[in-house]
Design a binder for this molecule. Structure first.
Ligand SMILES: Cc1cc2nc3c(=O)[nH]c(=O)nc-3n(C[C@H](O)[C@H](O)[C@H](O)COP(=O)(O)OP(=O)(O)OC[C@H]3O[C@@H](n4cnc5c(N)ncnc54)[C@H](O)[C@@H]3O)c2cc1C
Length: 417
């Protein structure tokens, strides 16, 4: 039986623990620093809407189709997750929005039909697109996953921080905890936006950063909207308990998941503009959490430090722009070599793996490096610069960092920041 340590008790870590413990072929230990679902996974709105969150509609639709079976299984834990399918309505307020929406999947309603379907909607709606979606109550889902995993034999520990990865000769062999190292055949990094710091201890560069999202919950005076309403990344969601959730912001605020006056004000304004009948609602609660955002906003999928052993794909984001189908993932290892470093870089992009040898002179690290930046961190940043301009397959197999300026004169300015 393989020993698997999962770091992080959000929805990703708990879903992994539930899946791996199901056939009882693995010893699963999940370490959660705080409480199950204490961060983004407990703060989320719970929308399962393949059309609004990502352009990879195929992947999201397949994922949504798995829910009924998953829900049936985890609700045997005694926790109902309040899953239900519904229509989601995206109004068009301008001609341009209408043209865009009419090209998408779903059923187009003209202005008259839209107002009949959703009487409280803004008068400015000239039509709307109806699509099928679903929702859950996120904290219930995470707890149900954790409880199911525990019933299947997984050891779920709350208040248990993974201090770091235990690494030897470039291989991860366990996790450091306050009670000493825990040995593992496989370590799954599901620590949300905190994953990058943990991964860097194993020489793995993960393109994951925090992105604060805020929500406000209202208790309407009259009838709640009949549909989930989505518009330009924001939404108004009627919940089973009669409240209405408006969300969400997307902010670059570092590791700070406290709600702000400005965030709440923006969301209340959006909700009342979209559904004027919500203006007299009582403001019930607010919530915020840090999403783990990737550079491209697409989910990281693939392998980490030891390609066959340590899957690491935390993070994604929200996007409606077309983009690459996967977040490039990088592994950088730097070895000191006469007056600088020799760095081996491995990039996984769209399922293809490319390897590069990069020489970095000490003088170039001094010239372009940021205070405290290590050679591997610097080279990872240089690769982020390159990958924003060309696919990994076009990057030379072997080169000097200083050579990049010959091909991309803006390298100097960008790297100095
Ligand atoms: C306001 C808001 C609304 C959202 N709405 C939706 C929505 O409607 N639909 C949707 O699909 N998504 C939504 N999301 C996104 C969704 O919440 C996240 O994508 C998801 O919860 C990420 O889960 P996770 O398990 O990766 O991360 P997290 O929930 O952040 O879990 C990571 C866990 O790792 C733990 N951890 C960190 N470091 C360590 C360590 N060293 N040792 C042990 N544990 C550690 C943390 O304590 C945390 O509990 C929303 C997010 C926000 C903020």
């Amino acid at each position: 039986m393989a020993r698997v340590v999962v770091i992080g008790g959000g929805v990703i870590g708990c879903a992994v623990a539930e899946r791996l413990s199901r056939e009882r072929r693995h010893h699963v230990l999940l370490l959660e620093r705080d409480a199950i679902g204490a961060h983004a996974s407990g703060a989320a709105a719970g929308l399962l809407s393949p059309h609004s969150e990502t352009a990879d509609l195929g992947l999201s639709s397949r994922s949504l189709a798995m829910f009924p079976e998953l829900v049936e299984r985890v609700e045997r834990s005694g926790i109902t997750v309040e899953y239900h399918e519904h229509d989601s309505l995206t109004p068009a307020l301008t001609g341009e929005e209408e043209r865009g929406l009419r090209r998408g999947p779903g059923r187009w309603l003209d202005g008259h039909e839209t107002r009949a379907a959703e009487p409280g909607l803004t008068e400015s709606a000239r039509g709307g697109l109806l699509v099928r979606a679903a929702q859950v109550t996120p904290i219930r889902l995470v707890r149900a996953l954790a409880r199911t995993a525990a019933a299947q034999g997984a050891d779920i520990r709350e208040g248990a921080q993974a201090g770091g990865l235990a690494v030897s000769s470039g291989s991860v062999y366990g996790v450091h905890t306050a009670d000493g190292p825990v040995l593992a055949d496989v370590v799954v990094l599901a620590a949300g936006p905190w994953s990058a710091a943990l991964a860097s201890l194993a020489g793995v560069v993960l393109d994951v950063r925090p992105s604060r999202g805020q929500l406000v919950m209202m208790r309407p005076r009259g009838a709640a909207p009949r549909h989930v309403l989505t518009w330009q990344g924001c939404y108004v969601v009627p919940k089973p308990d009669g409240t209405v959730v408006a969300g969400s912001t997307e902010e670059d605020a570092g590791f700070d998941d406290r709600p702000t006056v400005a965030g709440v004000a923006d969301l209340l304004r959006f909700a009342c503009d979209m559904v004027p009948a919500l203006a007299p609602a009582r403001h019930a609660r607010r919530a915020a959490g840090d999403r783990a955002r990737t550079r491209t906003a697409w989910p990281g999928r693939g392998d980490g430090a030891q390609p066959d052993r340590d899957p690491a794909g935390p993070g994604h984001g929200r996007t409606r722009r077309p983009g690459p189908t996967m977040t490039p993932m990088m592994m950088v290892a730097a070895t000191a070599e006469g007056g600088g470093w020799r760095c081996s870089v491995e990039v996984v992009e769209d399922g293809d793996r490319s390897r590069h040898t990069v020489r970095l002179r000490s003088a170039d690290l001094q010239r372009w490096g940021q205070p405290g930046e290590t050679p591997d961190q610097f080279v990872a940043r240089a690769f982020e610069f390159l990958l924003a301009r060309e696919p990994a397959a076009q990057i030379l197999d072997s080169f000097e960092v200083a050579d990049i300026t010959r091909y991309f004169p803006d390298f100097d300015r960008e790297m100095r920041g």
